[in-house]
Design a protein. Structure first.
Length: 355
């Protein structure tokens, strides 16, 4: 296969993707190649777009007579897609722009500057790329900066880049706003299912955490067989994604068909994570999604993974367990631990807690 270089495997597998990409040429290490899907048009640009109407967050949490209609829209989007785009979310467009700018400026820094924030092998936080214990896991064409961003007092600033100065300041603000959005969304989710408004937020707990992940996808010489992020669902309760303002790449699986997520200016993309699928007893889906690469443009996104208090027990709400709908998930604590264990092995984490 053209561009397939087995001999490069050991030498290159731990390099940042950005360095491989900057090396030029179309030879990429074997560990990035999805052989089962390689071939022209695998990640076809002609795929349909996800055609789900954006949700108005302000309306969801208002006392307007149109609120119920918006709650119904939310329930239907989460049931069929597991995700939606949100407008009127309260995140200033300027904050969104600054976050993208900060991320782009960070990845544009010289490697030695970025390496000051490298993720240690036994840690989740810091700058780095995929590392898998298992040799046969295919690697993602992305470099990342992963930081616990909320609550503020739990930040580990040694991983927070000093350059560009914009990053620390803007991420701090962005995380506080993200927590507000999360709370509104969890409450609306519960209400839309006829539950007590705070029931999901109570499960989430007061000691929940938000992890920010800047995903940088360099230009890729083989978009036909290399993925920016392989298909997965998120281990969070809710993920709030700030997409690149120009470059598409995110795709969602629904009924065995991939759909492209369109770029809607000033909207945020929100998806349920596995823990909301559990709380809703499977009524809401934690969608399988992936990111494709492209050879023309790099792409940057920022995902905010809203993660319940690891001490809290997460489980299907009692009211959602009925004669017609049996309990489909076990109660879990610290689900991300379970998630990473199965993800490493290439298995579906959520299956391990299904009854
Ligand atoms: O880059 C994106 O648009 C989504 C990223 C994503 O799915 C993730 O970080 O889990
Ligand atoms: Fe994701």
């Amino acid at each position: 296969m053209a561009g397939y270089a087995p001999s490069a495997k050991i030498e290159l597998q731990n390099k940042p993707v950005q360095e491989i990409a900057e090396g030029g040429g179309d030879v990429v290490p074997e560990r990035y190649i999805h052989r089962e899907i390689s071939g022209a048009g695998s990640f076809d640009a002609t795929l349909p777009y996800m055609d789900c109407a954006p949700i108005d967050l302000q309306l969801l949490s208002s006392s307007s007579p149109n609120r119920q209609e918006e709650l119904d829209k939310l329930r239907s989007a989460l049931h069929s897609w597991g995700c939606f785009q949100v407008v009127n979310h309260g995140m200033p467009a300027s904050s969104m722009g600054k976050m993208r700018e900060a991320g782009k400026q960070f990845f544009a820094l010289p490697m030695e500057e970025k390496r000051k924030y490298s993720r240690p092998v036994d840690d989740l936080e810091g700058y780095g790329h995929d590392t898998f214990v298992s040799e046969d896991r295919i690697l993602d064409w992305t470099d990342r900066l992963y930081l616990l961003a909320f609550p503020e007092e739990r930040r580990r600033l040694k991983f927070w880049p000093e350059k560009p100065p914009l990053l620390r300041e803007k991420l701090r603000e962005y995380a506080i706003k993200s927590q507000e959005i999360l709370e509104l969304v969890l409450n609306a989710m519960a209400l839309s299912l006829g539950l007590e408004e705070k029931s999901f937020l109570k499960q989430y707990g007061e000691n929940g955490m938000i992890f920010a992940r800047f995903n940088f996808y360099p230009r890729c010489p083989r978009p036909d067989c290399i993925l920016g992020i392989k298909q997965h669902s998120d281990g969070s309760a809710v993920t709030i994604v700030l997409q690149d303002e120009k470059v598409e790449g995110l795709q969602v699986l629904k009924d065995d068909q991939w759909f492209k997520v369109p770029i809607i200016p000033d909207a945020l993309f929100i998806n349920a994570g596995d823990q909301v699928e559990i709380m809703s007893n499977g009524i809401f889906k934690s969608p399988v999604h992936r990111v494709v690469t492209n050879s023309e443009s790099e792409r940057l996104s920022v995902a905010m993974f809203c993660t319940p208090d690891p001490e809290n027990e997460i489980g299907p709400s009692d009211e959602l367990i009925t004669d017609d709908r049996r309990q489909s998930y076990k109660k879990v604590k610290n689900y991300p631990m379970i998630y990473y264990h199965y993800y490493e092995l290439g298995e579906t984490p959520l299956s391990s807690v299904k009854i």
